[in-house]
Ligand binder design. Structure first.
Ligand code: 5GP
Ligand code: MN
Length: 347
């Protein structure tokens, strides 16, 4: 079932060894916490809530603790109503972590991706299980499922469930969560990371009850008119650096305010740059004035490693074709620094 492959961190044998260990740990009922990364996306929440659904069926006591809120287009996900937010209730969240026998960290591989929560996890007595598909994992977990060749953590969770012989526990709710993360992390099944295995997994998820049409509508067709106004501004603001095959968008706090910005509104805007012929790198820089930061998202085509660029110049990371980072400069200074850095990087 699981496609044999090898990579720098984990081979098929490593994967199966990790499966055997996890199977032993799952034998007796335990207290478990599942943690997606900060600003959780469809893959982080989908994988967390899917795992939550399976573990609960096995009789474990499970809580999903999100570092902070996530976009409303993910609020329909089965299990959403029980998610605890670390940002709003840190004390009770810390208690859950302190009492946990197992902590699963989902769709990230460095504790800095969950801010202050990371310190608490590092001190906890719990066994930590990493389930992730980013490169260069940190060494914080007792058990690692680190598979950078897989397009989404949800596909990886699917593989894990199948290899644990738990496929019968993929009910409609679990299937819908897994489908969501595969959909969002593959750009609706179009990124190079998609394999025949991805489609086979999706076929099984549909057999288990995932309603693809309903899910696409929830994710793609539930925007507020203000979001489209903001998209209009973003596209107007797009600058083409033709000699660098790059397009970038800026959004200032004032522009966000004018469109009553809500978390997730700018999701996907960055990709528009890549729809232009000849553009191989697209960027969006969004000013969050209250936090004193500009958040950057990078996308690329081919072998242009935007994760290396994000890590080198913006303290971030991610995947070869999709990454992000942060700047503490003003928006205008961030743009200037970005253009300078890109020229150096490409030369
Ligand atoms: P997005 O641009 O959608 O926020 O993120 C794209 C990818 O880059 C995701 O895989 C995400 O995990 C990664 N990423 C985004 N922001 C950061 C960051 O600040 N640090 C790191 N290490 N990765 C990031
Ligand atoms: Mn992911």
């Amino acid at each position: 079932m699981y496609k044999k492959h090898t990579n720098a961190h984990n081979g098929y044998l490593c994967f199966m060894t990790a499966i055997q260990q996890l199977a032993i740990w799952l034998k007796s009922p335990a207290k478990m916490v599942i943690i997606p990364h900060k600003n959780p996306d469809g893959d982080a929440m989908g994988s967390s809530l899917a795992l939550n659904g399976v573990l609960q069926q096995l009789g474990h006591t499970v809580t999903v603790i999100a570092p902070n809120a996530y976009p409303t287009f993910l609020h329909w996900l089965p299990g959403h109503e029980a998610v605890v937010y670390y940002e709003s209730t840190p004390e009770s969240a810390n208690e859950l972590i302190d009492e946990a026998d197992f902590v699963f960290t989902m769709d990230f591989n460095t504790l800095s991706r969950i801010d202050q929560m990371g310190n608490h996890i590092a001190m906890s007595k719990a066994k930590i299980v990493m389930i992730d598909h980013h490169q260069d994992p940190e060494n914080y977990a007792h058990l690692m499922f680190s598979e950078p060749t897989i397009g989404s953590t949800c596909e990886l969770v699917y593989n894990i469930i199948v290899e644990l012989n738990l496929r019968k526990h993929i009910n409609e709710e679990v299937a819908s969560c897994l489908y969501t993360g595969i959909l969002t992390d593959t750009g609706s099944f179009r990124f190079p990371s998609v394999t025949a295995n991805t489609h086979k997994a999706v076929a099984v998820l549909m057999d288990c009850g995932a309603n693809h049409s309903f899910i696409h509508e929830q994710i793609k067709d539930t925007a507020r008119p203000d979001r489209l106004k903001l998209l209009g501004i973003a596209l107007q603001n797009m600058i083409f650096l033709s000699d660098l095959n790059t397009a970038y968008i800026t959004l200032s706090q004032d522009e966000l305010d004018a469109c009553n910005f809500q978390k997730g509104d700018a999701e996907g805007f960055v990709n528009y740059g890549l729809s232009v012929a000849g553009i191989t790198m697209a960027v969006i820089m969004i000013e969050y004035r209250n936090e004193g930061v500009v958040k950057l998202s990078f996308r690329s085509k081919g072998d242009l490693p935007v994760n290396v660029f994000a890590k080198t110049y913006f303290g971030g990371g991610g995947h070869i074709n999709a990454s992000g980072g942060i700047s503490k400069r003003s928006l205008a200074e961030t743009v200037a620094y970005f253009v300078r850095s890109l020229k150096t990087f490409l030369s």
